[in-house]
Write a protein that binds this ligand. Structure first.
Ligand code: NAI
Ligand code: MG
Length: 334
């Protein structure tokens, strides 16, 4: 029996995390969910964004499945997602981007993984207002954080038999910050002579990815570029409804989709549950439950390929619940 923290979150979060929970339960694996919530909805109810019980649960269980949390734009509180990643040193943000055969996307056979540095860069939250008419943000790059994300990416590449790693940077302009990040990745690369290091400047990377994503297998990059490239890559394989993710540290891991709280479709039973269901499969893999994880992945792929019970973002007419039920049916019959 695993004890896992479940954070439903805001917007579509409760709908999709509930779907993931049902799918996991259909596999027969025994999980004791510790359900605690953080975010705007909790704030409205309790006057606090992250109640202590959330921290206590995370620290006790060390593993969580989390829905998205809304962050106000241009004002208000700091992102809870960013704070949790920083507080628990969840330094690797791992986002696999994989085409699902049979879906109608511009590209077939895209198969790459983004390793985004998750604790610093421009997300350090240090912004100042030196005068009425100017603002500044401080980008922090440290050797320790850059080396550890580079090591995580290379270790993954070896484990998965990948031949190439692309480091994405802007060291031509940001010579000290991105320059340090690039140097750290080069240093780690020296220990892996069989893996080709592709050095790509971020603007060129955007073009390369939309022209020919097949030239990339693993991408390692800083926080902001990783955030942006994740959504771009999601677009290559059918959208944000399909792309899972993990925030992994040495001691604790939080699994969540790449997408946000999608206020435009929240509460309408319209959200695609696949991204969080695949995040749950990543979580099971992390726990060593590889067979169950595979079963969930195959069941989700089957639903998408059959095309009968898919949500609107994939061109279908089904609700979140109907798509989830179809995945559960496949789990029973696979
Ligand atoms: P978003 O990812 O929530 O939505 C972007 C677009 O993709 C919307 O049109 C939405 O309907 C669609 N979409 C997203 N997930 C979908 C799904 N599962 N099924 C079908 N369509 C889906 O990004 P947006 O609108 O920029 O951000 C909304 C809020 O989410 C913001 O407050 C933002 O800060 C927050 N956010 C939170 C994240 C997290 O908790 N990890 C990550 C990204 C954004
Ligand atoms: Mg993002």
């Amino acid at each position: 029996m695993y004890k896992i923290t479940l954070i439903p979150g805001d917007g579509i979060g409760p709908e999709v995390t509930n779907a993931a929970r049902k799918v996991i339960e259909a596999t027969g694996i025994k999980i004791d969910w510790d359900i605690v919530n953080a975010g705007l909805d909790v704030y409205k109810e309790k006057g606090v964004l992250v109640p202590d019980e959330v921290y206590e649960s995370l620290e006790k269980n060390k593993i969580a499945l989390k829905g998205p949390i809304t962050t106000p734009i241009g004002k208000g509180f700091r992102s809870i997602n960013v704070s949790l990643r920083k507080k628990y040193n969840l330094f690797s943000n791992v986002r696999p981007i994989k085409s699902i055969p049979g879906t109608s996307n511009p590209f077939k056979n895209v198969d790459l993984v983004i390793f985004r540095e998750n604790t610093e860069g421009l997300y350090s939250g240090i912004e100042n207002k030196p005068s009425e008419d100017s603002s500044e943000a401080i980008k922090i790059i440290t050797k320790v954080a850059s080396l550890r994300i580079a090591k995580a990416a290379f270790k993954y590449a070896v484990k998965k038999n990948k031949k190439r790693i692309a480091v994405v940077h802007k060291a031509n302009i940001l010579k000290l910050t991105d320059g340090l990040f690039l140097d750290c990745v080069r240093e780690v690369a020296k220990d892996y002579p069989n893996i080709i290091l592709q050095e790509v400047i971020v603007d060129n990377m955007c073009m390369q990815l939309v022209m020919n994503p097949h030239q990339f297998e693993v991408i390692v990059t800083t926080n902001l570029y990783g955030d942006i490239l994740s959504d771009l890559c999601a677009g290559l394989v059918g959208g944000l409804g399909l792309v899972p993710g993990a925030n992994i540290g040495d001691d604790l891991a939080i699994f969540e989709a790449v997408h946000g709280s999608a206020p435009d479709i929240a509460g309408k039973n319209m959200a695609n549950p696949t991204a969080i269901i695949l995040s749950a499969a990543m979580m099971l893999n992390h726990l060593g439950e590889t067979q169950t994880a595979d079963l969930i992945i195959q069941a989700a792929i089957k639903t998408i390929q059959e095309g009968k019970f898919i949500t609107r973002d994939l061109g279908g007419l089904s609700s979140t619940d109907e798509m989830t039920e179809s995945i559960i049916e496949n789990i029973k019959n696979l």
